[in-house]
Structures are given as C-alpha cells and as structure tokens.
Write a protein that binds this ligand. Structure first.
Ligand code: NAP
Ligand code: ZN
Ligand code: ZN
Length: 349
C-alpha cells in the first residue's frame, strides 16, 4: 500500500484537516502519480459540505484538478512512463462498455462514471480519494498528458474548469461571428472567456461583480454586463447566440438571463447550485430558446482541450497557496473573491 498525506473533510459540517491514508499498490494498468499541484473547484466545496445531497463518502479528500509527474507504472502500462507530466480530472473510471463510453463520452456513462473522490471504487476496494494529497493511483485510460509548454501549476485547473467550458463551447459551436455570453467570472467562467476568445467568438462577461470589469477585458472579453445595473437586462435583451451559465448560486432570476438570448439562442448551465432554480417557461417559448446542460468532458476531449490550450498558450489565472490555507480559500471562493483559481502547492503538504 502507498502511504498518502492529504487534507480531508471528516464530516460535512467540519473544516478540512490534515489526514493520512493508504492508496492501493498499482495494478497492471495503473499509473502512480506524484501530485505537484491541486486546484480548488467550487464543486469540491459543494461536495465537502454535502450541499448536493448525493452523500459523498467521508472522510473525503476532495480535488479533481490534479497535475503531477509519473512516479511509477504497472507492468502493462503503455501510455505513460516514469517522469511524464500528467493530469487527472473529475473521473478515474467508467463502465467502458455502454454506448456513451464507446463514444468517448465517459462523463455520461450509463452506469455513472467513477468520480475522482467520494464514491465507491468499481472493484469494491473502498472509496475514491482526490487530489488534495501527495500521490494518486489511476488507471492509465483516465490519465491525461500535460503538454510541455504548460506549467504544472497552471495546468491543474484545466482538468476541470478548462474542460467544463471547452466541451459546451465546442459542442454548441462557439466561433467567429458567434456572440457568446459567460455568466459568472470565476474559475470556470474565466476559462470560458479565454477559450471562447481563442475559438474566435465575440465574448461578453455577464457578472454581478463590478470589480471584475477590467479583468474581463484583459482576459479577452469585448463587453461586460454588470447585472446589478438597473437596465442591464432590458438594454442587452436578444443579444447572444450562446450563453454558458457558470453561476454557483440558485439565487438568480433565470428568466431575465434567458431574455439576453436571441431567437433560437441556447443557454447551457454548467454551474450546479445547491437548490433548484425556478424557470419561467415564457422566457423560452417566446423566442424558441433552448435551455441545456453540460457535464465536464470525455477523456479524449480533455486531451484535445489540453492540446488546444497548449497551441493557443491558454492558461488560467491562479493564486498559488499552501494546502494549510484550504479552509480560508473555500471562504474566499464563496465570496467570489478569487482571481481566478486557487491552486495548492502540494510539495508544501
Ligand atoms: P466560482 O469560482 O465560485 O465561480 C462562480 C461565479 O458565479 C462567481 O465568481 C460569481 O461570478 C458567480 N456568482 C456566485 N454567486 C453568485 C450570486 N449569488 N449571484 C450571481 N452570480 C454569482 O466557481 P467555479 O469553480 O467556477 O464553479 C461554478 C459552478 O460550476 C459550481 O456550482 C460548480 O460546482 C459547477 N461545476 C460544474 C461542472 C460541470 O461539469 N457542469 C464542473 C465544475 C464545476 P461574478 O462575481 O462574476 O458574478
Ligand atoms: Zn470541478
Ligand atoms: Zn459506460
């Protein structure tokens, strides 16, 4: 077994604390990864506090934005070798046989994919534990290659924030001539601005934080809508072809935001608040608008995203912290006070 240092939530009601546990010895197709950096996703907070009601298994080591270096490999691993720069995102396994898995859409696996933390391992050997730790053991099919020009600390957030925006932006064809709105300029949102801009789309940030106006332009957005301005929604009605909603709170008037879409426009929700959001159907039917959702991305698509970011030199804006600052970082994320992703230096564990 492999001794592992980590930060864990022991219960949904307590702060994260230092924690040690054991990982499995590598099986034939496993890669053992020394974790160098671990991003903090808002989903980590929702899960560590059991806000979604899906009862994760405690003690829980969160973290699904993992970047590191291969320490060792199992006897039959062909894709990676010792010393390779690699990443792990939100999934560590899936059934591999259903129609979705066969189409490289493991995130939509009929049996449910195996999340990187908080769920049972498929072989019944305990629960998965995530990246707020110094080492992880993952089947090679769920390991990503990090291109050489992407520094490991900045590569980490691509494994969730990056792919979660890349997937809907490419699926709904963001590109030249397409007006894209990004709702919420946080970890996910700021990757959306960078990726949509690189795809050639005309990007607007739709935010409730006036202090982020200047950053939006620096990140590549052409426009900024401050939703607290009285006429924000009337002045900008019928503007967008595509809106990606990254907002983590249910406390919003969805119909007003839907009104920003043109006829036949689509809003894709990727943000997952802790409560249901009420939807006034008139906001859809009056202009044949579509309301959709999207979940991370498949493994093949995640590699495509990493290669796209490498080619276009896209990396997140990060604030590098020590793992001991994780609880403080959670509070700042909740206040929309992060520019734009906390990444923990796991060598400081
Ligand atoms: P984040 O960094 O906290 O960003 C969320 C942003 O939402 C904030 O920066 C803020 O943007 C906006 N916001 C927060 N509270 C708001 C409120 N009361 N009213 C209006 N806007 C508000 O979080 P994140 O890590 O980007 O994650 C965002 C959401 O996506 C979370 O719910 C997370 O669980 C979910 N998620 C989903 C997937 C998926 O596959 N679908 C993957 C990863 C994460 P402004 O300050 O600019 O308004
Ligand atoms: Zn995430
Ligand atoms: Zn499957």
């Amino acid at each position: 077994m492999i001794k592992t240092k980590a930060y864990a939530a022991l219960t949904a009601k307590t702060q994260l604390v230092p924690y040690t546990f054991e990982r499995r010895d590598p099986k034939e197709h496993d890669v053992v990864i020394d974790i160098k950096f671990s991003g903090i996703c808002h989903s980590d907070i929702h899960t560590a506090r059991d806000e979604w009601g899906n009862s994760p298994i405690f003690p829980l080591v969160p973290g699904h934005e993992i970047a590191g270096v291969v320490r060792s490999v199992g006897a039959k691993v062909t894709k990676y070798k010792v010393g390779d720069k690699v990443g792990v995102g939100c999934m560590v396994d899936s059934c591999r046989t259903c129609p979705q898995c066969k189409q490289d859409l493991e995130q939509y696996c009929d049996e449910g994919f195996t999340g990187t933390y908080g769920v049972p391992e498929r072989d019944g050997s305990g629960s998965t534990q995530g990246g707020y730790s110094d080492v992880i053991v993952v089947n090679e099919d769920f390991v990503l290659r990090i291109p050489d020009n992407l520094p490991l600390d900045k590569a980490a957030p691509l494994l969730c924030a990056g792919i979660t925006l890349y997937s809907p932006l490419t699926h709904w064809k963001a590109g030249p001539g397409v007006k894209v709105g990004i709702m919420g300029l946080g970890g996910l949102g700021h990757m959306g601005v960078k990726i949509a801009s690189a795809l050639g789309a005309d990007v607007t940030v739709i935010s409730h934080s006036e202090k982020k106006r200047d950053d939006a332009t620096k990140l590549g957005a052409k426009n900024f809508i401050m939703t607290k301005e009285e006429d924000a929604f009337t002045k900008n009605a019928n503007t967008f072809d595509l809106i990606i909603n990254t907002i983590s709170s249910a406390d919003l008037d969805l119909a007003s935001y839907l009104g920003l879409l043109k006829q036949d426009g689509t809003m894709v929700s990727v943000g997952v608040p802790d409560k249901p959001i009420a939807l006034n159907v008139f906001a859809l039917i009056m202009k044949r608008r579509t309301y959709a959702g999207s979940l991370i991305g498949g493994i093949k698509e995640t590699q495509e995203m990493l290669d796209f970011c490498s080619k276009h030199n896209i990396t997140p804006e990060i604030e590098l912290i020590n793992p001991s600052q994780v609880n403080e970082a959670y509070e700042r994320v909740l206040k929309s006070d992060v520019r734009y992703r906390f990444v923990m230096d796991m060598s400081k564990l």
